[in-house]
Design a binder for this molecule. Sequence first.
Ligand code: FMN
Length: 178
Amino acid sequence: MDVFEAIKERYSYRGSFKNITVPVDHLEKIVQAGLDAPSGGNRQTTQFVIINDPGVIAEVKSAFGDHPYITTAPAFIAAIVDSEPKPYREGGFIFVLEDCSAAIENILLSITDLGYASVWLDGVLRMDGRAAKIGEAIGLPASKKVQILLPVGVPQETLPRREKLPFKERAWFNRYGQ
Ligand SMILES: Cc1cc2nc3c(=O)[nH]c(=O)nc-3n(C[C@H](O)[C@H](O)[C@H](O)COP(=O)(O)O)c2cc1C
């Protein structure tokens, strides 16, 4: 699959996963794609915890309700950032979320390329203390937090994709809106 195919193929999968283990070498390859992403000043601020131990998986799942993409997930990838990131340079730049997002998109495309599916879980982590519960399950120090969680597995089905607005409604050459 070339990169453009992976981009078109990727979508947020919220269905059930097949009862198939994701091999460790695939999980490593997927996360390596995240480590290879660009980051502000090459500070590489995002870290990852790959969750494939049944006990830890069970703890992660207990933080959520009864969603198929959670209950059937054979593995998760947690993206970790500093709880209180320090500014970069005099200007006080903080690029932690941008760095993390770049890494996650690389990871999602790699997941797609290897025939797996996922969904970017971020908003739901900010509710009901879920990020903290998952942080506890994976032994995070207080200085770190889970920013994004990705279930990873072989999708049971193909679900409808979200429509994207046409090119002409969101992108232009040279002059905005023309
Ligand atoms: C910053 C961000 C936060 C997101 N948080 C969640 C979330 O908490 N739960 C969820 O089901 N999807 C979440 N998503 C996935 C979006 O809902 C999804 O990307 C969007 O609806 C477009 O669909 P697509 O990914 O299939 O193209 C998030 C995506 C982004 C980029």
